[in-house]
Design a protein around this ligand. Structure first.
Ligand SMILES: Nc1ncnc2c1ncn2[C@@H]1O[C@H](COP(=O)(O)OP(=O)(O)OP(=O)(O)O)[C@@H](O)[C@H]1O
Length: 122
């Protein structure tokens, strides 16, 4: 196998691992399931209100941002529970900060959605 082939094969394998991670996340995390439902609902709403290309871009970026941060938050929870299964102040803080990052993105996404849709509804 040439060097180029092995590079491509390795990239494909990495995508496969990442795909497995996404499937695991969706199967096991209730917050991600809710976020997928919200993503589907706002996508339907986007088509209904015929939002502009810029509004689609903002909506897609926020959906990706919230869901990818949720994935990182879950990864932090797994690492925390693995390295320190017992209750510890630092573990609690690490989990709170990771969850806080998701909250910041989610609040920003809600504000962006209000800016996009309120003028179209009223
Ligand atoms: N080992 C621990 N030590 C101290 N506090 C913890 C510990 N585990 C969890 N906590 C506290 O409980 C909160 C919830 O943690 P948990 O791991 O249950 O996440 P969660 O938000 O319920 O996420 P999920 O629904 O994905 O399980 C944390 O943000 C933290 O404040």
């Amino acid at each position: 196998m040439s060097k180029k082939d092995s590079f491509l094969v390795n990239r494909l394998k990495s995508v496969g691992h990442a795909y497995k991670g996404v499937v695991h996340l969706i199967k096991t995390e209730s917050s991600i399931k809710i976020q997928v439902c919200i993503a589907i609902a706002v996508t339907i709403t986007g088509f209904y209100f015929d939002i502009s290309n810029t509004e689609w871009l903002i909506q897609i970026v926020f959906i990706g941002l919230v869901m990818s941060l949720e994935g990182m938050n879950t990864a932090f929870e797994h690492i925390s529970d693995f390295v320190h299964p017992d209750t510890h102040e630092h573990i609690g803080r690490i989990k709170d900060i990771a969850a806080g990052a998701v909250l910041i993105a989610a609040v920003s996404a809600v504000i962006a959605a209000l800016i996009i849709y309120i003028p179209k509804i009223f």
